[in-house]
Write a protein that binds this ligand. Structure first.
Ligand code: COI
Length: 358
């Protein structure tokens, strides 16, 4: 196997006009360059290159189109007030990418090489990191199975690609509380399935329920467990936390929930502040019971795209539960301020999470 040690760089001769920082949306605009690397059974990962952002050409028989053999990641680059560019815990993304790869029978990507590719691409397109509070450069690494063969077997050929997008808030609500519909009919994942992997099918499977929730005025869907429809899993674009009587609870990782990096960081921050935090099986009934008895103090979601998103209302089988009068709670706000404070270099980074791009 030939290791991909050097990244060839071809710069664009036709840079694009950058969007206004107050009109970014999420994942709408893309930077001038992208990273690509190929895999073949014979050569391993090879031909690492940064090229002008462009469409890719694939054979219509490429396995990704038919059998969904693909995984992705999401991380962000931030610019500090002093002009430094930094990434948030990129090692965690590449560790998780490789766990997803393993589940989807995709060969691993050397972690160091993945991080190096992100750093190089971010350096080249650093002028695309948008100004403005809460804005950042969203980085989307992904792997696709490219072998043109319709037999149902793991592909022998892949592409690993990184694209980047200057983004604002993920939800139209910004950092205001979102309304979430608790899904009782459809399920996202089952233990033993691929729920823990960051793979496209998990997201496609959620679209129908999300559309129905949107039609009723809810931003997202809260998924319950696939077997009994009783236990809380995640929101699909974020993990969830509930503060009940002074303690913060989040569903324990069980194989069907995404092992979120913001989830992990949130738990670390709460422990650092001596706020009790418990990871365990959580039923939707106990959350509603805590709401009915006035013990449910806050709910919020965590994610790279969503950051910390307060939840102002749940709807489960038609019963609405308004949380904290629909306002942002104290812990949610403290988490948002501290996490973004660390990410944008305004606060000390006690966990050494940030990695500078130089
Ligand atoms: C992320 O937070 O990076 C995600 O992957 C969530 C979503 C945009 C799919």
């Amino acid at each position: 196997m030939i290791a991909a040690t050097t990244i060839q760089i071809e710069r664009t001769t036709n840079p694009k006009v950058k969007p206004q920082p107050d009109k970014l949306g999420f994942g709408v605009h893309f930077t001038d360059h992208m990273f690509i690397m190929n895999y073949s059974a014979e050569h391993g990962w090879h031909q690492a290159r940064i090229v002008p952002y462009q469409p890719i050409t694939l054979d219509p028989a490429a396995k990704v189109f038919h059998y969904g053999q693909t995984v992705f990641e999401g991380l962000k680059a931030y610019r500090t007030e002093e002009g430094r560019v930094q990434l948030f815990r990129p090692d965690m993304n590449f560790k998780r990418l490789n766990r997803s790869n393993d589940r989807m029978s995709i060969p691993p990507i050397p972690e160091e090489l993945g991080i190096e590719a992100v750093k190089e691409l971010t350096k080249i397109d650093q002028d695309w990191i948008p100004d403005g509070a809460g804005n950042s450069l969203y980085i989307r690494p992904f792997v696709i199975a490219t072998e043109p063969l319709l037999g149902v077997h793991p592909s022998h050929e892949y592409q690993f690609i990184i694209i980047m997008s200057p983004v604002g808030a993920y939800y139209p609500e910004g950092i205001n509380p979102v309304k979430i519909f608790v899904e009782s009919r459809y399920v996202r994942a089952m233990v033993g399935g691929v729920g823990e992997a960051k793979t496209a099918g998990n997201y496609a499977a959620g679209l129908k329920a999300q559309e129905a929730a949107n039609e009723q005025g809810y931003t997202q869907v809260l998924w319950l467990d696939g077997a009994e429809h009783k236990y809380i899993e995640e929101v699909g674009s974020m993990n969830v936390f509930f503060k009940i009587d002074g303690t913060v609870y989040t569903p324990a990782l069980n194989g069907s929930i995404l092992d979120g990096i913001t989830r992990n960081s949130t738990i670390q921050l709460l422990k650092h502040w001596n706020i009790p935090v418990v990871e365990r099986v959580l039923s939707i009934e106990e959350i509603y019971e805590a709401g009915r008895t006035g013990k449910l103090e806050e709910a919020f979601g965590t994610g790279t795209a969503a950051v910390i998103s307060p939840v102002g209302e749940l709807n489960w089988k038609g019963e609405k539960l308004v949380i904290n009068d629909g306002a942002t709670g104290e812990v949610s706000e403290k988490l948002y301020d501290n996490l973004t404070g660390i990410q944008y270099g305004k606060l000390e980074d006690p966990f050494s999470w940030m990695v500078e791009v130089k």
